[in-house]
Design a binder for this molecule. Sequence first.
Ligand SMILES: NC(=O)c1ccc[n+]([C@@H]2O[C@H](COP(=O)([O-])OP(=O)(O)OC[C@H]3O[C@@H](n4cnc5c(N)ncnc54)[C@H](OP(=O)(O)O)[C@@H]3O)[C@@H](O)[C@H]2O)c1
Length: 238
Amino acid sequence: MRTAIVTGASSGIGEATARKLIADGYNVMLAARRADRLESLTEELGEHAAFHVTDVSSRADQEALAAATTERFGQVDALVCNAGIMPVSLIEKGDVEDWDRMIDVNLRGVLYGINAVLPRMVARKDGHVIIISSIAALENFPSSAVYSATKAGVRSMSDTLRKEMTAHGVRVTTIFPGGVKTELGSSIKDQSVLEMMGGVFNFEFLEPENLADSVAYVLNQPPSVCVGELMIRPTGQA
Ligand SMILES: NC(=O)c1ccc[n+]([C@@H]2O[C@H](COP(=O)([O-])OP(=O)(O)OC[C@H]3O[C@@H](n4cnc5c(N)ncnc54)[C@H](OP(=O)(O)O)[C@@H]3O)[C@@H](O)[C@H]2O)c1
Protein backbone atom coordinates (compact mmCIF):
# COMPACT_ATOMS: atom_id res chain seq x y z
CA MET A 1 0.00 0.00 0.00
CA ARG A 2 1.35 3.45 -0.88
CA THR A 3 1.55 6.27 1.66
CA ALA A 4 0.94 9.98 1.17
CA ILE A 5 1.48 12.95 3.47
CA VAL A 6 -1.08 15.71 2.87
CA THR A 7 -0.29 19.06 4.49
CA GLY A 8 -3.13 21.46 5.20
CA ALA A 9 -5.43 18.45 5.59
CA SER A 10 -7.69 19.99 8.24
CA SER A 11 -9.94 21.76 5.69
CA GLY A 12 -10.59 22.57 2.04
CA ILE A 13 -8.48 21.00 -0.70
CA GLY A 14 -6.26 19.09 1.74
CA GLU A 15 -9.19 17.50 3.56
CA ALA A 16 -10.83 16.50 0.26
CA THR A 17 -7.51 15.12 -0.98
CA ALA A 18 -7.04 13.03 2.15
CA ARG A 19 -10.54 11.58 1.70
CA LYS A 20 -9.94 10.84 -1.99
CA LEU A 21 -6.56 9.18 -1.46
CA ILE A 22 -7.94 6.99 1.33
CA ALA A 23 -10.77 5.97 -1.03
CA ASP A 24 -8.14 5.17 -3.68
CA GLY A 25 -6.31 2.83 -1.31
CA TYR A 26 -3.51 4.99 0.11
CA ASN A 27 -2.37 5.32 3.67
CA VAL A 28 -2.62 9.04 4.45
CA MET A 29 -0.86 11.09 7.11
CA LEU A 30 -2.90 14.27 7.63
CA ALA A 31 -0.89 17.31 8.75
CA ALA A 32 -2.01 20.77 9.89
CA ARG A 33 -2.16 22.78 13.10
CA ARG A 34 -5.80 22.28 14.23
CA ALA A 35 -5.56 19.04 16.21
CA ASP A 36 -9.31 18.78 16.89
CA ARG A 37 -10.18 18.75 13.19
CA LEU A 38 -7.41 16.30 12.33
CA GLU A 39 -8.45 13.99 15.13
CA SER A 40 -12.11 13.80 14.12
CA LEU A 41 -11.25 13.42 10.42
CA THR A 42 -8.77 10.65 11.11
CA GLU A 43 -11.29 8.85 13.28
CA GLU A 44 -13.82 9.08 10.44
CA LEU A 45 -11.36 7.94 7.75
CA GLY A 46 -10.31 4.78 9.57
CA GLU A 47 -7.21 2.71 10.08
CA HIS A 48 -5.37 3.90 6.94
CA ALA A 49 -5.44 7.51 8.17
CA ALA A 50 -3.28 9.06 10.86
CA PHE A 51 -2.52 12.63 11.82
CA HIS A 52 0.43 14.64 13.02
CA VAL A 53 -0.04 18.18 14.31
CA THR A 54 2.37 20.20 12.21
CA ASP A 55 3.23 23.82 11.57
CA VAL A 56 4.75 23.60 8.09
CA SER A 57 6.83 26.73 8.73
CA SER A 58 8.77 24.80 11.39
CA ARG A 59 11.62 22.61 10.15
CA ALA A 60 11.49 20.57 13.34
CA ASP A 61 7.75 19.91 12.86
CA GLN A 62 8.31 18.81 9.26
CA GLU A 63 11.13 16.45 10.23
CA ALA A 64 8.90 15.02 12.97
CA LEU A 65 6.03 14.64 10.46
CA ALA A 66 8.20 12.65 8.05
CA ALA A 67 9.54 10.50 10.90
CA ALA A 68 6.04 9.84 12.31
CA THR A 69 4.78 8.84 8.85
CA THR A 70 7.69 6.46 8.28
CA GLU A 71 7.20 4.94 11.72
CA ARG A 72 3.45 4.46 11.25
CA PHE A 73 3.27 3.42 7.57
CA GLY A 74 6.82 2.34 6.64
CA GLN A 75 7.75 5.00 4.09
CA VAL A 76 6.58 8.18 2.33
CA ASP A 77 5.66 7.58 -1.33
CA ALA A 78 4.01 10.94 -1.95
CA LEU A 79 4.10 14.38 -0.38
CA VAL A 80 1.25 16.77 -1.19
CA CYS A 81 2.47 20.27 -0.23
CA ASN A 82 -0.94 21.89 0.08
CA ALA A 83 -0.89 23.97 3.29
CA GLY A 84 -1.17 27.65 2.47
CA ILE A 85 -2.53 31.00 3.60
CA MET A 86 -3.76 34.06 1.69
CA PRO A 87 -4.07 37.14 3.92
CA VAL A 88 -3.73 39.44 0.89
CA SER A 89 -3.56 43.23 1.18
CA LEU A 90 -2.40 46.25 -0.80
CA ILE A 91 1.36 46.79 -0.49
CA GLU A 92 0.76 50.39 0.59
CA LYS A 93 -0.97 49.08 3.75
CA GLY A 94 2.35 47.64 4.91
CA ASP A 95 0.99 44.44 6.52
CA VAL A 96 4.54 43.18 6.94
CA GLU A 97 3.65 40.48 9.45
CA ASP A 98 1.21 38.94 6.96
CA TRP A 99 3.89 39.11 4.23
CA ASP A 100 6.26 37.22 6.51
CA ARG A 101 3.62 34.62 7.39
CA MET A 102 2.85 33.97 3.71
CA ILE A 103 6.53 33.58 2.92
CA ASP A 104 7.02 31.27 5.93
CA VAL A 105 4.03 29.02 5.20
CA ASN A 106 3.64 29.09 1.40
CA LEU A 107 7.33 29.12 0.46
CA ARG A 108 9.49 27.94 3.36
CA GLY A 109 6.80 25.45 4.37
CA VAL A 110 7.04 23.74 0.97
CA LEU A 111 10.85 23.68 1.01
CA TYR A 112 11.01 22.24 4.54
CA GLY A 113 8.48 19.55 3.63
CA ILE A 114 10.46 18.50 0.58
CA ASN A 115 13.71 18.52 2.54
CA ALA A 116 12.25 16.15 5.13
CA VAL A 117 11.27 13.43 2.63
CA LEU A 118 13.47 13.83 -0.46
CA PRO A 119 16.67 12.01 0.61
CA ARG A 120 14.75 8.77 1.23
CA MET A 121 12.86 9.12 -2.06
CA VAL A 122 16.15 9.60 -3.91
CA ALA A 123 17.66 6.60 -2.14
CA ARG A 124 14.67 4.44 -3.19
CA LYS A 125 14.53 6.00 -6.68
CA ASP A 126 10.79 6.40 -6.19
CA GLY A 127 8.49 9.09 -4.88
CA HIS A 128 6.22 11.94 -5.91
CA VAL A 129 6.10 15.53 -4.70
CA ILE A 130 2.95 17.48 -5.56
CA ILE A 131 2.90 21.20 -4.90
CA ILE A 132 -0.33 23.19 -4.79
CA SER A 133 0.51 26.56 -6.30
CA SER A 134 -2.25 28.84 -7.65
CA ILE A 135 -3.43 30.59 -10.79
CA ALA A 136 -2.27 33.66 -8.81
CA ALA A 137 1.29 32.54 -9.60
CA LEU A 138 0.62 33.45 -13.22
CA GLU A 139 -2.03 36.18 -13.02
CA ASN A 140 -1.68 38.93 -10.43
CA PHE A 141 -4.49 41.09 -9.10
CA PRO A 142 -4.25 44.18 -6.87
CA SER A 143 -3.47 42.96 -3.31
CA SER A 144 -1.99 39.63 -4.48
CA ALA A 145 1.66 40.77 -4.62
CA VAL A 146 3.12 38.66 -1.82
CA TYR A 147 0.71 35.73 -2.21
CA SER A 148 1.42 35.65 -5.96
CA ALA A 149 5.16 35.90 -5.29
CA THR A 150 5.05 32.88 -2.97
CA LYS A 151 2.98 30.87 -5.45
CA ALA A 152 5.27 31.86 -8.35
CA GLY A 153 8.20 30.98 -6.10
CA VAL A 154 6.97 27.44 -5.48
CA ARG A 155 6.29 27.02 -9.18
CA SER A 156 9.88 27.91 -9.90
CA MET A 157 11.18 25.62 -7.15
CA SER A 158 8.97 22.79 -8.29
CA ASP A 159 10.05 22.95 -11.90
CA THR A 160 13.70 23.09 -10.86
CA LEU A 161 13.23 20.12 -8.56
CA ARG A 162 11.50 18.17 -11.36
CA LYS A 163 14.54 18.71 -13.57
CA GLU A 164 16.94 17.72 -10.79
CA MET A 165 14.93 14.57 -10.05
CA THR A 166 14.74 13.19 -13.59
CA ALA A 167 17.85 11.09 -12.90
CA HIS A 168 16.45 9.82 -9.60
CA GLY A 169 13.03 8.49 -10.54
CA VAL A 170 11.21 11.00 -8.32
CA ARG A 171 8.27 12.78 -9.95
CA VAL A 172 7.37 16.41 -9.24
CA THR A 173 4.10 18.10 -10.14
CA THR A 174 2.74 21.62 -9.70
CA ILE A 175 -1.02 22.11 -9.63
CA PHE A 176 -2.47 25.58 -10.26
CA PRO A 177 -6.04 25.86 -8.94
CA GLY A 178 -8.35 28.71 -9.86
CA GLY A 179 -11.13 29.65 -7.42
CA VAL A 180 -12.13 26.85 -5.02
CA LYS A 181 -14.79 26.98 -2.27
CA THR A 182 -12.68 26.77 0.91
CA GLU A 183 -11.76 28.77 4.01
CA LEU A 184 -8.76 30.37 2.25
CA GLY A 185 -10.23 33.88 1.97
CA SER A 186 -11.23 34.05 5.66
CA SER A 187 -7.93 35.67 6.67
CA ILE A 188 -8.43 38.72 4.42
CA LYS A 189 -8.98 41.68 6.75
CA ASP A 190 -9.20 44.62 4.36
CA GLN A 191 -12.86 45.28 3.45
CA SER A 192 -11.93 47.13 0.24
CA VAL A 193 -9.92 44.12 -0.93
CA LEU A 194 -12.84 41.80 -0.12
CA GLU A 195 -15.17 44.02 -2.15
CA MET A 196 -12.72 44.19 -5.05
CA MET A 197 -12.30 40.41 -5.04
CA GLY A 198 -16.06 39.91 -4.89
CA GLY A 199 -16.30 41.93 -8.09
CA VAL A 200 -13.52 40.08 -9.92
CA PHE A 201 -14.20 36.54 -8.70
CA ASN A 202 -17.92 36.65 -9.48
CA PHE A 203 -18.21 33.14 -10.90
CA GLU A 204 -19.05 29.73 -9.45
CA PHE A 205 -15.99 28.34 -7.65
CA LEU A 206 -14.80 24.75 -7.88
CA GLU A 207 -15.47 22.24 -5.12
CA PRO A 208 -12.42 21.03 -3.13
CA GLU A 209 -13.22 17.54 -4.46
CA ASN A 210 -12.43 18.75 -8.00
CA LEU A 211 -8.87 19.46 -6.85
CA ALA A 212 -8.67 16.19 -4.91
CA ASP A 213 -9.53 14.39 -8.17
CA SER A 214 -6.68 16.19 -9.93
CA VAL A 215 -4.19 15.15 -7.22
CA ALA A 216 -5.38 11.55 -7.55
CA TYR A 217 -5.08 11.74 -11.36
CA VAL A 218 -1.49 12.91 -11.10
CA LEU A 219 -0.57 10.29 -8.48
CA ASN A 220 -2.24 7.41 -10.25
CA GLN A 221 -0.25 7.71 -13.49
CA PRO A 222 2.18 4.87 -14.28
CA PRO A 223 5.77 5.44 -13.02
CA SER A 224 6.94 6.39 -16.51
CA VAL A 225 4.51 9.33 -16.68
CA CYS A 226 5.19 12.64 -14.90
CA VAL A 227 2.48 15.29 -15.09
CA GLY A 228 4.64 18.39 -14.68
CA GLU A 229 1.99 21.10 -14.43
CA LEU A 230 -1.77 21.03 -14.23
CA MET A 231 -4.08 24.05 -14.28
CA ILE A 232 -7.65 23.61 -13.01
CA ARG A 233 -10.04 26.54 -13.33
CA PRO A 234 -13.78 26.92 -12.92
CA THR A 235 -15.32 27.02 -16.39
CA GLY A 236 -16.54 30.55 -15.68
CA GLN A 237 -13.12 31.91 -14.58
CA ALA A 238 -11.55 34.07 -17.30
N1 LIG B 1 -9.23 28.07 -2.49
C1 LIG B 1 -8.72 28.57 -3.60
O1 LIG B 1 -9.43 29.27 -4.37
C2 LIG B 1 -7.28 28.29 -3.97
C3 LIG B 1 -6.85 28.69 -5.23
C4 LIG B 1 -5.52 28.47 -5.58
C5 LIG B 1 -4.67 27.85 -4.70
N2 LIG B 1 -5.12 27.46 -3.47
C6 LIG B 1 -4.16 26.84 -2.55
O2 LIG B 1 -4.69 25.62 -2.06
C7 LIG B 1 -4.07 25.30 -0.82
C8 LIG B 1 -5.12 24.84 0.17
O3 LIG B 1 -5.95 25.93 0.52
P1 LIG B 1 -7.53 25.82 0.65
O4 LIG B 1 -8.10 26.62 -0.44
O5 LIG B 1 -7.95 24.42 0.82
O6 LIG B 1 -7.77 26.69 1.98
P2 LIG B 1 -8.09 26.30 3.50
O7 LIG B 1 -9.39 25.58 3.59
O8 LIG B 1 -7.91 27.56 4.26
O9 LIG B 1 -6.93 25.27 3.86
C9 LIG B 1 -5.63 25.67 4.18
C10 LIG B 1 -4.99 24.56 4.98
O10 LIG B 1 -3.64 24.93 5.28
C11 LIG B 1 -3.41 24.69 6.65
N3 LIG B 1 -2.38 25.58 7.16
C12 LIG B 1 -2.35 26.93 7.18
N4 LIG B 1 -1.24 27.36 7.78
C13 LIG B 1 -0.55 26.25 8.16
C14 LIG B 1 0.67 26.04 8.83
N5 LIG B 1 1.44 27.06 9.25
N6 LIG B 1 1.07 24.77 9.05
C15 LIG B 1 0.31 23.73 8.66
N7 LIG B 1 -0.84 23.87 8.00
C16 LIG B 1 -1.27 25.12 7.76
C17 LIG B 1 -4.76 24.91 7.32
O11 LIG B 1 -4.84 24.15 8.52
P3 LIG B 1 -4.58 24.69 10.00
O12 LIG B 1 -5.18 26.06 10.10
O13 LIG B 1 -5.31 23.66 10.83
O14 LIG B 1 -3.12 24.64 10.21
C18 LIG B 1 -5.70 24.29 6.29
O15 LIG B 1 -5.79 22.90 6.49
C19 LIG B 1 -3.30 26.55 -0.39
O16 LIG B 1 -1.92 26.37 -0.65
C20 LIG B 1 -3.87 27.63 -1.30
O17 LIG B 1 -2.96 28.68 -1.52
C21 LIG B 1 -6.41 27.66 -3.09
